[in-house]
Structure formats: structure tokens, C-alpha cells
Unconditional design. Structure first.
Length: 214
């Protein structure tokens, strides 16, 4: 005599097929490859900074782009881990990198307090909007890769996953565009380059939970 619970279990799993586990290494490779392609596309479309071409490196540029790169990689790693929920997984490592990047807009505010309204001049705003739009566009490939990876997995916190996906994409996107943007002004970087990360974080938080529900 078949037990009712056996029948229920059989009906639930009867059509299931084995699924290949998601590989952390493969996911990270895809994300980094997307970031590299985005950087190459920016350089091909807009050209590389003249000082980089000459082998010269401004300290502000190195610090800012380095912070964005570290945050982008840390957030991408977090997204990939979140696609494979396991007991004991830690999802907060990217927060420390985000805290360091947050120093950029703080520094921008402090510096701008003694700079009058130069940051709001027409030329400054126009250049800033260019960085915001092109930096955001440079984030889309990484964003698509991470969202696609989440859809293959089973994130238990879609809202958080969406937010971190946007942070990762925005950070790597503005890193790519920084290879072209020749502005070393901390006010510009702290306001507009950080704005790309905030923009993509908002987009990720809004859109991704609708795309990865399971």
C-alpha cells in the first residue's frame, strides 16, 4: 500500500531534472570579462586619457579608480555567492569597500564648501552628466551578466541581490569610463563618478527583484 506522503513527494519531484551546480569561478570570470570588455569599448569609442598613454598617473585618479575597482569586484563576488544560497554564507564583505568609496563624495562636499559654486557651473554640470550617462551605459554589460547569473541561481534576498548587482555594475562601469575621463578634481569624481554607482544601485534595487523571483 502506497503511503499518501510518498505519492505527494513523487508528484512534486516527478518532472524535476538534475541541474549542474553554479560555479563560483565561472561566474566571477564572466563578470570580470564583462568589465574588461566594457573598459576596452570605452577606450575604443572615446580614447584613453593622455596621461595614461604617456605613462603618468595622477594620485587622485589612482586612488579613486582603485576604490571603484575594489568595490566592483567585492560586490560582484557577493552577487555570485548570493546566487548559491548556503548556510553560513556571508554577504556583507562588499560593505567595507563601499564605506571606503563613500569617502569620495564626503571629500567632495568638504572641498566644495570652500570652492564657491564652481561645481554647479554650466561646463561642470555638462561634463558631469556626460560621465553619469556614459558611465551608466558602461555598466550595463556587467549588470546584464550578474542579473543573468542570479536568474540561474536561487538568491534568497532578491532586494539585496539587486542592490549589490547595481553597485557592482556601477563601480566597474565608472572604472571603465575613468580610463577616458581626464578630470582629476575630487569634487567631480566624488559627485558624478560616485553618482554612477548610486544610479545603478537604484536601478538594480528596483528591477532585479522582479527578474529573479522563484
Amino acid at each position: 500500500m502506497t503511503h499518501p506522503s510518498d505519492t505527494l513527494i513523487a508528484s512534486l519531484v516527478g518532472e524535476l531534472q538534475p541541474v549542474k551546480p553554479l560555479s563560483f569561478a565561472r561566474g566571477l570570470t564572466y563578470a570580470l570579462a564583462a568589465a574588461a570588455i566594457s573598459a576596452l569599448a570605452v577606450v575604443a569609442a572615446f580614447g584613453m586619457r593622455a596621461d595614461l598613454m604617456a605613462g603618468q598617473f595622477d594620485p587622485i585618479f589612482l586612488i579613486a579608480t582603485g576604490l571603484f575597482l575594489v568595490l566592483g569586484i567585492a560586490a560582484a563576488v557577493t552577487v555570485i555567492v548570493m546566487s548559491r544560497p548556503q548556510v553560513g554564507n556571508e554577504h556583507g564583505g562588499w560593505v567595507w569597500a563601499a564605506a571606503m568609496v563613500a569617502l569620495l563624495p564626503v571629500a567632495a562636499v568638504i572641498v566644495s564648501l570652500g570652492g564657491g559654486n564652481a561645481m554647479l557651473s554650466q561646463d561642470s554640470v555638462a561634463h558631469g552628466l556626460e560621465c553619469l550617462m556614459v558611465g551608466g551605459g558602461s555598466s550595463l554589460l556587467v549588470f546584464a551578466i550578474l542579473v543573468g547569473w542570479l536568474r540561474k541561481g536561487a538568491p534568497t534576498a532578491p532586494d539585496h541581490a539587486g542592490l549589490v548587482s547595481g553597485v557592482a555594475a556601477g563601480s566597474l562601469g565608472i572604472f571603465a569610463f575613468s580610463l577616458h575621463c581626464a578630470d582629476n578634481d575630487i569634487v567631480h569624481i566624488g559627485l558624478w563618478h560616485s553618482g554612477v554607482v548610486l544610479l545603478m544601485a537604484g536601478i538594480g534595487r528596483t528591477l532585479v527583484p522582479r527578474l529573479v523571483r522563484w
